[in-house]
Design a protein around this ligand. Sequence first.
Ligand SMILES: [Zn+2]
Ligand SMILES: [Zn+2]
Length: 114
Amino acid sequence: MNLECPYCEKEISDPDEKWEQSTTYEHECPHCGKNFVFEVEYIRTYSANQADCLNGGEHKYKDVNQYGWPEPRTFQRCVDCDHEVHNEKVSGWPWASPLDWQVRRRDLSRLSRI
Ligand SMILES: [Zn+2]
Ligand SMILES: [Zn+2]
């Protein structure tokens, strides 16, 4: 969003400051040298969606692939409310090291507490 001088109508690059809303500021145009005042308006936007699962309906789960350590995995996340379900599928890598198994057991104990 750029400020436009009310005298010469040239654009003034947005000064990188935190302007307060509903306050009048004085500014000197760098192009024509005239002083003018301006106010800043912030536009608040919302993006609202229906979330049936929060109204007694079913979650709409979608598979999410996570590429992480120690191995990529897939879990499900509700498209509406972001609720996640982690089904720890122990893929049983035959070459899994003891460290991998420790991590996996820790993951499982965390899951069982949910
Ligand atoms: Zn000007
Ligand atoms: Zn949901």
